[in-house]
Design a protein around this ligand. Structure first.
Ligand code: GNR
Ligand code: NI
Length: 176
């Protein structure tokens, strides 16, 4: 197991389009170890999701997981695609391990249908809503070279963490 260094905004790897993972790679010990390292790195940094470009690997791999009321199960996405966006929108405060100390409000579709491979290379097709849906969209944006700042309507809700705790945590629908 290993905790991997997180690429921060300004690192060009965060702006690249990630490469698909070749099917024959998924079941190799090295790739399975990398998935475990991604989970360890995500938990060490108190994140609820982590995309491979954030650890400087430009590959279409995401790990996610969140305990608690609005939480969701541990999830691995390999070569994921969003095949349907629901009609409704949801606004949520977002943060990013690659954008230290900032929060901002982002409006996104409230439900998405995802087709992906899991960590065994098995095809999955499911629909997600709530924090799970928002997090999936945030992570899949990383595979496109996008961060949540790019998805904000403007910079007027951009907030330093300390000010977020003072002024916005209560009204925030989610736990970051
Ligand atoms: O830990 C994270 N919290 C979070 C909160 C709201 C919306 C998205 C996220 S993802 C983020 C971890 C991260 O940067 N993943 O790429
Ligand atoms: Ni992020």
């Amino acid at each position: 197991m290993a905790i991997l260094p997180i690429a921060k905004i300004g690192n060009p790897v965060l702006r690249k389009i990630a490469n698909p993972v070749p099917l024959e790679v998924i079941n190799t010990p090295a790739f399975q170890q990398f998935i475990d390292d991604m989970f360890e790195t995500m938990y060490e940094n108190d994140g609820i999701g982590l995309a491979a470009p954030q650890v400087s690997r430009s590959e279409q791999l995401v790990v996610m997981g969140c305990d608690g009321d609005s939480g969701f199960p541990e999830t691995v996405l390999i070569n994921p695609k969003i095949v349907f966006y629901g009609p409704d929108q949801v606004e949520m405060w977002e943060g990013c391990l690659s954008v230290d100390g900032l929060r901002g409000k982002v409006t996104r579709p409230s439900s998405v249908r995802v087709q992906t491979l899991d960590r065994d290379g098995k095809a999955l097709d499911f629909e997600v809503t709530g924090l799970y849906g928002v997090c999936i969209q945030h992570e899949m944006d990383h595979l496109l070279g996008k961060v949540f700042l790019d998805r904000m309507d403007g910079m007027s809700t951009l907030t330093q963490l300390q000010e977020f705790e003072s002024y916005w945590k209560e009204e925030s629908a989610t736990v970051i």
